[in-house]
Design a protein. Sequence first.
Length: 597
Amino acid sequence: MFAAVLLIAQWLSSRDSVKLKLTYTEFLAKVKAAEIDSCHFKGRKVTGKFSTPFKVPLGKSTKAIEYDEFSLIIPFDDPDLPKYLADNKVKVTSEEESSGFWTVVLNILPWLLIPLLYFMFIRQMQGPQKSIFSFGKSRARKFQANKQRITFNDVAGCDEAKQELYEVIEFLKSPDKFSKLGGRIPKGVLLLGAPGTGKTLLARAIAGEADVPFYSISGSDFVEMFVGVGASRVRDLFVEAKQNSPCIVFIDEIDAVGRYRGAGLGGGHDEREQTLNQLLVEMDGFEPNEGIIIISATNRPDVLDPALLRPGRFDRRIVVDRPDIKGRHEILKVHTRNKPLSDNVDLRTIAQGTPGLVGADLENIVNEAALIAARNGKNAIEQVDFEKAMDKVMMGLERRSITISPEEKKISAYHEAGHALVGKFLPDGDPVHKVSIIPRGIGMGGMTYFLPQEERRVYPKSYLITTLTRLLGGRAAEIIVFNDPTTGAGNDLQRATEIAHRMVAEWGMSEKLGPLNFSDSSQEVFLGKEIISRSKISDDTSKLIDEEVRRFVEEAQVKAIQILQDNIESLHKLANALLEREVVDGDEIDKIIGIES
């Protein structure tokens, strides 16, 4: 850019250099010889064109420079010049001469633009993205205490994790309390858990609770397209941390930089691996880092490098698990703290109806309930608003605008009725919560939602077989009623096949294969490691696994068909009720099919 501006300025300042400069005597001679075609007067300055290109030889060379235009300065006023030009048929034009001030301005303006543009260029590069000369500087952000402060009182559903992290803060505040008994401060804490469980929220609470400097950075902020930038940023981060120790450094999504080394095809010179090597050295290398605690969060601990996980780098691993019913109740209390609730709102019931949901999901439900209440002009959030929000978050948004033919609607009604009845007449299953034939989410069909009565951590084989049979209930109903299965069971078959495969290859629930595990739990994260690994399962065993998976699924379908054939009248009643109402609650099914609760 600088060179371009300079060239433009030079061109502007020397734009007359292509004109042949004449003396007044030469000019008059060429006018008389009819070599001048036109003239333009601007004060005493004259420019014009030759009738034919005027050639000027270059010394002894045979080549010559051709000029189409000329310029000259008239040294004195000549009153006979206009008549002389007219007699020789020269075309004459003129304009008033500009003032001397503007002439000076126009001449020096290009040279003034050069430093101005250079200054703007440097200022632009020194904006939020830093300058081009500071790529290696750390991008860690220091916590500002004057901003909105989050404490452990704003975190719920993970009491054990809060206790562990609070102890880390106590280490920094009162180190003598632990050091007098020979204890040392933990060097690193790794937060593990599914997305949305509150790992980053815990880090923000630590920043609000700790009275020491707190730096936060994302794992992806280390690596750039330039070689050596990541390692330089790691060094710069720890230099700043040492200058402000004791302090806490939080690295979010550390799997972006801490993945297993040697797994890619780039070799050991890979930029990400160089960054990880520097991080390992800074965390626990030759030089100790006293008073610096590294807290990291990830939802992929399986891909982290073993050297990063060892004691001395991450001394503590804290699992932030999905909350149980008590934890969900406490989380709902936190998120509804400043919201007007109706007297009929029962947060305990909402917590019981949201098994498996994490804190982010519960916050979304509370927000959706508030929006629904505001949309309906209410002054407080009611229980029905929470129920609609739960259905929207857990099952997807209702898409009533979709036009469905009567035939497709009938197929959907029997499909969902098949799911519901098979699940109802099977033991060891979850009760039906709601049946709907209104398309929700990205699917084109309805949905049957089963709500567990209690949270399960371990699943018995009987429960899994019941789940398989329940998944095949919709396809079984289509076969019985229409004798023509549809694509509506595609997702059911996918889930059933996945469960059956895990039962056979991972959980040892096949009598033919016995209590063996054939699954590959390593989950390769790079193509480089995957292409050099070999399967440890023989062809015969793979064939047997496929046969057992097929057997489990086919037996589940036969069982589902048998249950629906034995209760065909109940299937017709429930399907007709769905065609009429579109949505049926689980506690209404017994009344519809004529069974006492």
